[in-house]
Design a protein. Structure first.
Length: 491
């Protein structure tokens, strides 16, 4: 078609072959210089149709009608379609209805008719342009089911017609049916030119895919960062749990040592108390012996005084006792003195022994007092350690969100049982933290694998897209050379 040759930029060979193989017929009514009362039918022959005419005859209008029928886009500078429709003033009517019908064969060989209707109404001060129904119909009676499927509203037809023709809308607008006023778009600024080429070569979907992958990668990076923070937190908790377990073990060993020391000290205290009781009993005995010695000393003094008195009486010449009585009394007195002397000797020996025992008991008592002082200091240290244990269990329970161990006010085996119970809870908490850490590591590993697979697939897709773009550019360059050769042959 001449319109497809002289108004065209560049096409792929496949697209040119498809368009050249199709048979086009177009009806124009009420568009620009075409009268609304006549139906002007144009048939485009293959492989080439030339459109020749004077300026203003409607050559560009034919191309504009083709573009409008295929893409639904109005030509530029038509004041929203008002100058695209036949002027009502020229037609001497207040309303002009226009219509464009395009008949072509799809890429599968099915005949399709696209009909677009318009209306331009002359108001008092301005004109009102209105787009009426647009219909795409299959005219092949052999396939009646497809006929209903192709009826659609205008917004769907704009997407459907390029798909039926096998050419993208961007190629139809910017290459095949490009208007002469827009034909200099290759000289536009960089961003506009890039957008045009992206639309022509369908690179937008790849750009969107890359953008979606970039966003997905950012999301995954954020998730990985969050996972790493969570993993670091769990690792910190795990190390803290290990430290707590070591502290609990050391505390348990300390408690066991203190418990043994307490048992030993309690045994020593009981022995010391028994020994102190023995010493107290012996001291009581010594006190009794001392009182007995005092009594005996008093009796001895009394006896000595009585003896002296009696001796003085014996020496008195006036004494009335006879010699025999005195001799008997002297014998009895000697016997009593001997008994008293023996008793005094025995008591002196007992006193000496008791004094020796008292000295040894005093030494032992002093030693026991020193031992009692050490035991009291150890008991105070034990109480301090128990207080430290209470604070440690309370703080560690608060950090690990565990119930505090009831160790306050306990002693001996009850304290050991409470510490063992708290140790079991800490061990259970540690195992739970390790289990969560393993689950988190497994999830993070699975997420990394999925991300790696997605990145690999994306890289492969980008490589294929890059290679496809390169092949299309090479094909485009070949098509340009072919079109130049065709131009040369035509001229």
């Amino acid at each position: 078609m001449a319109a497809l040759v002289f108004k065209v930029g560049t096409l792929s060979l496949k697209q040119v072959a498809k368009l050249m193989a199709n048979r086009f017929q177009m009806l124009i009514k009420g568009i620009r210089s075409f009268s609304p009362d006549n139906q002007n039918v144009i048939e485009f022959y293959k492989p080439l149709t030339l459109i020749v005419g004077q300026n203003g005859a409607g050559k560009t209008t034919v191309i504009e009608c083709l573009k409008q029928a295929c893409t639904g886009e109005l030509p530029p500078n038509t004041r929203s379609g008002q100058s695209f429709i036949h002027d009502p003033k020229v037609a001497h009517d207040s309303e002009v209805k226009a219509q464009i019908k395009l008949r072509f064969n799809t890429s599968t060989g099915q005949p399709v008719v696209v009909m677009r209707s318009f209306q331009l109404t002359q108001k008092k001060t301005n004109m009102q342009f209105k787009t009426l129904d647009s219909v795409c119909t299959n005219t092949d009676k052999i396939v009646p089911a497809l006929m209903g499927a192709l009826k659609a509203v205008c917004t769907d037809i704009d997407k459907m017609v390029p798909a039926l023709m096998g050419v993208s809308k961007a190629v139809l607008e910017n290459v095949i049916f490009v208007h002469q006023e827009d034909s200099n778009w290759p000289l536009a600024e960089g961003k506009t030119l890039k957008d045009k080429f992206d639309d022509i070569f369908s690179a937008t979907k790849y750009t969107k895919a890359v953008e979606a992958l970039r966003k997905l990668r950012q999301e995954k990076v954020v998730q990985v960062r969050e996972m790493k923070l969570k993993l670091e937190h769990l690792r910190t908790n795990r190390e803290h749990a290990f430290k707590l377990r070591r502290d609990v073990s050391e505390g348990q060993a300390t408690v066991d040592g203190f418990s043994k020391s307490i048992d030993e000290l309690e045994g020593l205290i009981r022995e010391t108390e028994d020994q102190a009781d023995d010493v107290d009993a012996k001291l009581s005995t010594l006190v009794e012996i001392g009182r007995l010695v005092d009594n005996l000393s008093a009796k001895h003094s009394m006896l000595v005084e009585s003896t002296d008195e009696k001796r003085s009486k014996l020496s008195d010449p006036d004494a009335e006792e006879s010699s025999e009585e005195m001799a008997q009394y002297l014998v009895s007195l000697d016997a009593q003195n001997s008994a008293f002397e023996n008793e005094i000797g025995r008591l002196n020996r007992d006193i000496t022994m008791k004094r020796t025992d008292k000295d040894s008991m005093q030494d032992k008592y002093q030693k026991e007092c020193l031992l009692h002082g050490r035991l009291t200091a150890d008991a105070s240290m034990h109480a301090t350690n128990v207080g430290e244990l209470c604070r440690f269990t309370t703080q560690s329970a608060a950090k690990l969100s565990l119930p505090a161990a009831p160790v306050s006010g306990l002693e001996g085996t009850a304290l050991l049982r409470a510490v063992d119970g708290y140790r079991a809870e800490v061990e259970a908490k540690r195992q739970a933290v390790e289990s969560n850490l393993l689950d988190t590591k497994q999830k993070a590993r699975s997420t990394d694998d999925k991300m790696s697979d997605a990145v690999d697939r994306t890289t492969a897709e980008i490589s294929r897209s890059t290679e496809s773009s390169r092949l299309k550019r090479e094909q485009l360059q070949g098509n340009e050379r072919t079109i130049e050769d065709l131009h040369l042959q035509v001229h």
